[in-house]
Design a protein around this ligand. Structure first.
Ligand code: ATP
Ligand code: MG
Length: 559
């Protein structure tokens, strides 16, 4: 691809608008409703809204789209702000709320009535539904549709003044009850709701509908390109209708792109909230959640999320992206950035019978195999060690190059050891290996040039620090849980495993993501880890364990 070519159709439109002089400055907004925490789908919208403006020296508003009191809360507002900042974007002084414009929206609604294109309807919600018709049948005009402008103004003022109960009246646009587009069949503009508002307090008992408030807020802020997901395509005629009627100074243009869907993941705030409310997860920031706060706690770097949506691209076609694609981005960032450490997740005791009881050697270990700038550290080595249970096999196949009875293996940054004896408990479980080490094979300085095929990690038993390590698996068993009628039916019961691990001593104060050699990337859990009770999260494994599974699932979706 030519470097100067816009990356996607939206960037192409924006480039054309600048070139033609239609706009001299690009202004966008990211408009979340504060009714939940942001998720991976929102990452796409954030990167697009902030990205296209920044690339063109423009500006972006963070607008809290709070037209639905009752479901919205300051907790969500705070989380949204945190998440956008953490992702690496800044709205500067452009934090707004749809509710900031309630006065203007009210005045504009009065203007619509005065122009004869809005009326107060007094049908019940059920009647309004019946009058609306269906996709195949036209709707019918409400008997209240031809009220006089004066009567409409009077009723709307009294709706505002709180004289009516919820649902008694509704302000509607007078468009066309026979339109093939249901959104144009006299949609509601204002409804009565005697509910306090998270930002506006109890000033209002009527609230504007999303379609009206959204487009007009765009106009008030001078938004040039209002980017949203495809489900709003059928709402665009209404978006434009309000602009046509009210002729604001700035005329924004709505452009739709496809939602980002991630396999094995839910991207609906409503369903994610259910998982939180039912304590299926520990909270919105549970590291298994596809929320930004969950992924942050899990240890995903923000650059990885940004790179992921860049690779996903902006299109008009709905797509289901593999989890592997996201994890690849996480690995790419951490592979370069994370120092290497040693940790044993499922410890098996090793005693080096020919190693002096009280000796401790400090072994020098590289912090990063490919980058000497990371330096080295010293690992204490002693007579008793922990190794990984599955690095030993009693009846090993010929090609098993780790430890087996009578076999040899190299301890990374240590010595070559041989397994002389296997100790078992009454139940027949292997509980200890008695081994001998070859003093001439010390890594780096050994005099022997002996080679063995396998290298394993270890920690010194006396020096190890204990930690709970949380190993996460996918939260859902189904490739497209968004489509499941009942999310309970597609939950993976084994999405969290906790192991009692042994870590090298330097990990006691690890404050960044690290690679546990041979195991994956890990970080301390920011919520639960304490100096005397360390908790680590597995961010991602070293290799793509999803690939096979997802390939199958995606193939079965296509066929
Ligand atoms: P949800 O269904 O999770 O509640 P929403 O669309 O209702 O999502 P909003 O808070 O209204 O959530 O979304 C804010 C912005 O993020 C909107 O412009 C919306 O189009 C965009 N967005 C939401 N979900 C996705 C997604 N999966 N992919 C891309 N953009 C998204
Ligand atoms: Mg929404």
């Amino acid at each position: 691809m030519n470097d100067s070519e816009p990356r996607d159709f939206i960037r192409k439109i924006i480039a054309d608008d600048l070139e033609s002089g239609k706009h001299t400055e690009i202004v966008t907004r990211f408009p979340p409703e504060p009714n939940g925490y942001l998720h991976i789908g929102h990452v796409m919208a954030i990167c697009l809204d902030f990205g296209v403006a920044a690339e063109n020296g423009g500006r972006t508003f963070l607008r809290l789209d709070d037209t639905n009191p009752g479901k919205e809360s300051p907790e969500y507002v705070a989380a949204i702000k945190d998440d956008v900042h953490w992702l690496g974007f800044d709205w500067e002084d452009r934090l707004t709320h749809a509710s900031d414009y309630f006065d203007r929206l009210y005045a504009s609604a009065v203007q619509l009535i005065e122009q004869g294109v809005a009326y107060v309807d007094s049908l019940s919600a059920e009647e309004i539904r019946q009058y609306r018709g269906t996709l195949t049948e036209p709707g019918r005009n409400s008997p209240y549709r031809d009220r006089s402008i004066e009567e409409n103004l009077d009723l709307f003022r009294r709706m505002y003044a709180g004289e009516f109960a919820d649902g008694e009246h509704v302000l509607r646009a007078k468009i066309d009850m026979t339109s093939p587009n249901m959104n144009m069949r006299d949609p509601a503009i204002y409804r009565i709701r005697h509910v306090p508002h998270q930002n506006a307090g109890d000033k209002w008992c009527i609230y504007p509908m999303y379609d009206y408030a959204h487009g007009m807020s765009d106009a008030y802020e001078g938004i040039t390109h209002s980017l949203c997901t495809l489900e709003f395509e059928d709402h665009r005629p209404l978006y434009d209708w309000f602009l046509d009627q009210l002729q604001p100074e700035h005329r924004p243009r709505q452009i739709e792109f496809s939602r980002l869907n991630l396999a094995y993941t839910i991207t609906s705030k409503r369903k994610l909230k259910m998982l939180v409310d039912e304590s299926i997860v520990s909270g919105w920031d549970d590291p298994r959640m596809p929320t930004i706060s969950g992924m942050r706690r899990r240890g995903y770097p923000p650059q990885a999320l940004r790179e992921f949506v860049r690779r996903a691209g902006v299109t008009k076609k709905d797509k289901l992206i593999e989890m592997g694609a996201l994890e690849t981005c996480v690995r790419d960032v951490l592979g370069d950035a994370a120092p290497r450490r040693m940790a044993v997740l499922r410890p098996l005791k090793v005693v080096l019978t020919n190693y002096p009881e009280d000796r401790v050697e400090l072994m020098e270990a590289m912090n990063h195999p490919a980058n000497p700038d990371f330096g080295t550290r010293e690992l204490p080595f002693s007579r008793e060690l922990w190794i990984e249970q599955d690095d030993f096999m009693e009846d090993a196949p010929r090609k098993f190059f780790r430890l087996k009875p009578g076999g040899e293996v190299r301890l990374r940054s240590g010595y070559i050891i041989r397994c002389d004896e296997v100790v078992k408990n009454d139940r027949g479980d292997v509980i200890e290996l008695r081994c001998s080490y070859d003093p001439d094979t010390r890594s780096g300085t050994g005099t022997s040039d002996r080679k063995v095929k396998g290298t394993i990690h270890w920690v010194s038993r006396e020096h190890a620090v204990d930690a709970s390590v949380r190993l996460y698996d996918r939260l859902f068993n189904d490739a497209n849980p968004n489509a499941a009628e009942d999310v309970h039916s597609v939950l993976n019961e084994n999405s969290l495993e906790v192991v009692a691990a042994k870590l090298e001593p330097s990990l006691a104060d690890a404050d960044e993501a690290v690679q546990f050699e041979r195991l994956g990337y890990f970080c301390q859990d920011a919520q639960d880890s304490r100096p005397d009770a360390l908790v680590f999260n597995r961010i991602v494994t070293l290799r793509d364990s999803w690939a096979r599974l997802e390939k199958q699932a995606l193939e079965s979706q296509v066929s």
